[in-house]
Design a protein around this ligand. Sequence first.
Ligand code: SIN
Ligand code: FE2
Length: 207
Amino acid sequence: MTLYPDPDRRRLLNGAELWPGLLDSDAQQALLEDLRGVVRAAPLVQPVTPGGRKMSVRMTAAGRFGWVSDRQGYRYAERHPSGVAWPPIPRLALEVWRAVSGGARAPECCLVNFYGEGARMGLHQDRDEADFSCPVVSISLGDDGLFRVGGTERGGRTASAWLGSGDVAVLGGPARLAWHGVDRIRFGSSRLLPQGGRINLTLRVVT
Ligand code: SIN
Ligand code: FE2
């Protein structure tokens, strides 16, 4: 499958690029099927922040590295907390990267975030990577999520947009270190996941 980003549909949200509907429903189903395999090999875990608070999102990863958080801190790790190596990044996720990353080298991590009912993600920067010239590419599947993006300074003006199933967002260039988060999801708004919920994949170059 080849993805064709339509420049007429591209939108900007405080410098973040949005590609609504880049994945059609067949592509969403195919990617979801691959993710079932990822979650079988590397089960979702509910991480704890270094301060000891449970995150509301459950996470796993694919690729050479996964991003983990526990009482020791945040970091990229070459193994799932169970000790297994992370499974390979799904092929379709790599296709999305090729389509929208502007020629960056291949991603080394595909973080998988699962948002169940009531889950959210507070405003943060993605800054545990070594090379900020490479973008972060995010793929949304399942229920809608209200994505909020600010500037690169904490406390700046923010703007938000709903990301639906198949939408792709890119934090790159001047927006690479933008503060961002997910205020809430509309649980049950999509029928892609039979039990409801939202999946967000973020592809990153780590080293
Ligand atoms: C993230 O910033 O890690 C997740 C963004 C999203 O869920 O859309
Ligand atoms: Fe992030």
